[in-house]
Design a binder for this molecule. Structure first.
Ligand SMILES: [Zn+2]
Length: 119
């Protein structure tokens, strides 16, 4: 077993438009790219092995992002975490029609038990 690392986006090197274009080319939804730009510094991946974290960081750097790979223990409280980005793609989420809680699609609402429609 190894230590867990996380990847934090600190900012961008070029224009937001450049970063947005490069990230969407890599399969990140445009809305998510805009979101992480407004939230930065923000944790964009966590619970990675060191190799995986480095690979991910390199991909974001290639898109013009300034990223840090942080060991988990040393990084608490340093940056915001965005659960939407850390979890599955946004398309896997739905909003409960009863109570409005945003959550994973399928099954029943975690808060009110309303059946959720699949996306
Ligand atoms: Zn609900």
């Amino acid at each position: 077993m190894g230590d867990k690392y996380r990847v934090v986006l600190m900012g961008i090197e070029n224009s937001p438009a450049y970063f947005e274009r490069e990230m969407t080319r890599r399969g990140v939804p445009r809305a998510s790219v805009r979101r992480i730009l407004t939230l930065a510094p923000v944790v964009i991946k966590k619970d990675l092995g060191v190799e995986e974290a480095r690979r991910f960081a390199a991909a974001v750097r290639a898109a013009g992002g300034r990223v840090e790979v942080q060991a988990w223990e040393n990084s608490r409280g340093h940056a915001e975490e965005d659960p939407e980005l850390l979890g599955p793609p946004l398309s896997a989420f739905t909003v409960c029609s009863q109570c409005g809680l945003k959550q994973r699609a399928g099954g029943t609402c975690e808060r009110c038990g309303n059946p959720l429609k699949k996306t």
